[in-house]
Ligand binder design. Structure first.
Ligand SMILES: Cc1cc2nc3c(=O)[nH]c(=O)nc-3n(C[C@H](O)[C@H](O)[C@H](O)COP(=O)(O)OP(=O)(O)OC[C@H]3O[C@@H](n4cnc5c(N)ncnc54)[C@H](O)[C@@H]3O)c2cc1C
Length: 327
């Protein structure tokens, strides 16, 4: 990738396809694109793998009857994309996205500008913050969104999990490997998690459920010492002494850099048609950041493949600008 200085001195490096995000969706798109012999660059602000790489055990991705570690799956997808020639640039954050008058796309990163004839946006989502007092203060000192990363720190301790969906219960179950007790605080009387996950949650003696309740404050001096919560029906406050609070209350799309450039829905997810085209020629979107009804690895991979196939067609179409400096 050309640095901004180099970009001023030399013709810019141009790729056929630039992919933003190396989660399962971006990596699947990269595999298809590179195998189609399109010069492909993947820009990833962290390490490749996205949310998948932080999942301890993925049990519903086809082909792995025993389940597979999300980290291993990410590693394999990355190797597969690289093997076919995709250039994967990690720790490279995309800051802005524009389209030049000739229809090419300029993607500005913290390390320079990338030019491409087509783009696939796969920036995924990140965990939503609860905004309760104490949350920001205790990040890394007891507040976490990643059981796989931090769970082992809570061996023999008490933890709270906030939320009632798949992630909350699955990650809570993972935490029972370490913690003595996992208290799930959920704002409703019923979980939203898949039935099979609910059954496992209720069957695990270390899992405890606090219904109809929301966190009000995370308590502690230097590290988390408890969580104060309120019953949403009675408004009664109670305090639960815990050493860790894991928050799984939904997600926000990583689309701030696209605001005003690409159409987003009210929640900030990218709007596309059924062929994953955004309103801008040559720009496609896939995976969790897209306004779609399913946020899962299998769906993200499927959309990545579809986006790459559509891009391939676009690159051969008269609508696409011709090849420039380099392919
Ligand atoms: C705790 C947890 C457990 C889960 N368990 C399962 C499960 O068991 N089975 C299942 O099918 N699904 C599971 N999921 C959901 C699954 O991980 C996601 O649906 C999937 O990872 C979405 O893939 P994606 O590629 O669209 O986005 P992501 O995985 O979110 O990847 C997007 C990537 O884009 C990068 N990015 C974002 N913005 C920028 C930028 N500006 N510049 C550069 N890079 C950027 C991010 O760093 C990230 O790596 C789980 C999710 C969580 C949080």
């Amino acid at each position: 990738m050309a640095s901004s200085d180099a970009h001023e001195q030399a013709p810019p490096t141009e790729y056929d396809v630039a992919i933003v995000g190396a989660g399962p969706s971006g990596l699947a798109a990269a595999i298809y694109s590179a195998r189609g012999r399109r010069s492909t660059i993947v820009l990833e602000r962290n390490l490749a793998g996205g949310q998948m790489a932080l999942t301890y055990l993925v049990e519903n991705y086809p082909g792995f009857p025993e389940g597979v570690s999300g980290f291993d799956l990410a590693d394999k997808m990355k190797a597969q994309a690289a093997q076919f020639g995709a250039e994967i640039h990690e720790i490279t954050a995309v800051e802005s996205f524009t389209t030049t008058a000739d229809g090419r796309h300029a993607i500005t990163t913290d390390q320079g500008v990338v030019h491409a004839r087509a783009a696939i946006l796969a920036p995924g989502v990140e965990a939503r913050r609860s905004g309760v007092p104490g949350e920001a203060e205790f990040i890394g000192r007891g507040v976490s969104w990643c059981a796989t990363c931090d769970g082992a720190l809570y061996r023999g301790k008490q933890v709270a999990v906030i939320g009632g969906g798949d992630s909350a219960v699955e990650e809570g179950l993972f935490l029972t490997k370490f913690a003595d007790a996992v208290h799930v605080i959920h704002r409703r009387r019923e979980l939203r998690a898949e039935k099979i996950i609910q059954e496992r949650g209720f069957a695990n003696p270390k899992m405890h459920f606090i219904w109809d309740s929301v966190p009000k404050r995370i308590l502690g001096k230097d590290v988390v010492e408890g969580v104060e919560y309120a019953n949403v029906k009675t408004h009664k406050l109670a305090t639960l002494p815990v050493n860790g609070v894991f928050i799984y209350i939904g997600q926000t799309a990583n689309t701030a850099f696209l605001k005003g450039v690409i159409e987003l829905n009210e929640q900030g997810f990218i709007v596309t048609d059924e062929l994953l085209r955004t309103g801008r020629a040559g720009v496609f979107a896939c995976g969790d950041a897209r306004a779609n009804p399913i946020k899962q690895i299998a769906a993200a991979v499927g959309e990545g493949a579809l986006a790459a196939v559509q891009v391939d067609k676009y690159l051969d179409s008269p609508e696409c600008p011709p090849t420039g400096a380099k392919t």
